[in-house]
Design a protein around this ligand. Structure first.
Ligand SMILES: C[S@@+](CC[C@H](N)C(=O)[O-])C[C@H]1O[C@@H](n2cnc3c(N)ncnc32)[C@H](O)[C@@H]1O
Length: 336
């Protein structure tokens, strides 16, 4: 059997027995960016297919959910398509058929297998992380937490840096500035795919909710993670969940969120911009303290005010800008 392992998480790859380890350690910046972009496209399509499969009434697929699609990967159709897929037949910018009601369950399973096989052939989440880590080296734009630390050292925050704890969601390295700046007394680092014993392998969306204040954090870093989350609703869910992990603000300590997104998420989306983000954040109880727009990335530091608006405003996916060159990034918020 070719497919033997899938630990969950959208980019976790089914591993083949003959698999060789692929590590794109020395990708040129342009290649690294192309790989990251392709992973996002694959992940988005994978998510759309899983959603469609979930909606089918097929008995075989009734167990399917976003984290666990074991029922599908055992399927003969899946395995045949997985094995047949040939990476040399696709280009980085190959598009996918539209995932709609015209596709049969079998076609959906075939497409899913091709996506999984492409992800595996490109090196799985490890390759994606490695490409992202390359972007973190000083030579290539640097560690995004550099900006956070700069902001925390300003007058605005200086007096609130006592006994702070941090949670880093989507952590690629235990040696970035969040860890080495000396501001935080304790740091919990998590990632869907841990690359170090100091990083807990955990999906933030499944991290047990804090039972008390000591299990909450003064700062949560969520850098280039929200754009990795596949659907607008799940992105909104992640922001909402973050508020449940932040400590009550006090005058001596932080209660803040460091958020980083690729700039096109707010500068070139058909459905989203910084204004909509601000409204969502305000409704969740955040106040922006710092914002910086670099060439490719946008950074925010938000203070949490201690409570969400009593009745959360609903933000749906609505076209805000027209134009065929725009992307479809969006964050939505649904009433709970
Ligand atoms: C592009 S990397 C960004 C890493 C780093 N924070 C940075 O700013 O360069 C995104 C990381 O987020 C992780 N990630 C995505 N969704 C996650 C989730 N729900 N829980 C934990 N980690 C997640 C991925 O595994 C990936 O390693």
């Amino acid at each position: 059997m070719a497919v033997r392992k899938n630990k969950g998480g959208l980019l976790k790859r089914p591993k083949t027995i003959t698999e060789k380890k692929f590590s794109p350690n020395s990708l040129k910046p342009q290649q690294a960016r192309a790989l990251i972009r392709r992973y996002h496209v694959l992940q988005k399509n994978k998510h759309a297919i899983i959603r469609k499969l979930q909606a089918t009434k097929s008995r075989v697929l009734s167990e399917v959910n976003i984290e666990n699609y074991k029922a599908i990967i055992k399927d003969k159709v899946f395995q045949e398509s997985f094995d047949k897929f040939d990476l040399s037949s696709v280009k980085n910018n190959s598009t996918f058929v539209k995932v709609d009601d015209s596709l049969s369950t079998t076609q959906l399973v075939q497409l899913l297998a091709e996506i999984d096989s492409e992800i595996a052939a490109r090196g799985g989440i490890e390759a994606y992380q490695s490409a992202s880590t390359q972007g973190q080296t000083a030579k290539r734009g640097g560690d995004s937490s550099k900006r956070l630390v700069e902001w925390l050292k300003t007058e605005e925050y200086k007096s609130r840096l006592n006994q702070n704890s941090a949670l880093e969601i989507g952590c690629l390295s235990p040696n970035n500035l969040i860890s080495t700046c000396g501001i935080f007394d304790s740091i919990v680092r998590i990632d869907l795919n841990s690359q170090s014993p100091l990083i807990l392998e955990q999906n933030f969306m499944e991290r047990p909710l804090p039972r008390n204040n000591s299990e909450k954090f003064n700062l949560i870093s969520c850098s280039l993670v929200i754009n990795f989350v596949p659907s607008p609703k799940e992105r909104g869910d992640m922001l909402l969940r973050i508020t449940k992990f932040l400590r009550e603000p006090t005058k001596d300590t932080l209660s803040s969120l460091f958020l980083v997104l690729p700039l096109p998420c707010i500068s070139n989306s058909r459905y989203f911009d910084n204004e909509i983000l601000q409204k969502i954040m305000a409704s969740l109880g955040f106040k922006q303290v710092f914002y910086y727009e670099a060439k490719k990335v946008a950074y925010w530091l938000f203070d949490w005010q201690g409570k969400r608006h009593q009745k959360l405003q609903v933000f749906t996916k609505k076209e805000a800008y027209s134009g065929s060159k725009r992307n479809n990034f969006c964050i939505t918020l649904e009433a709970k």
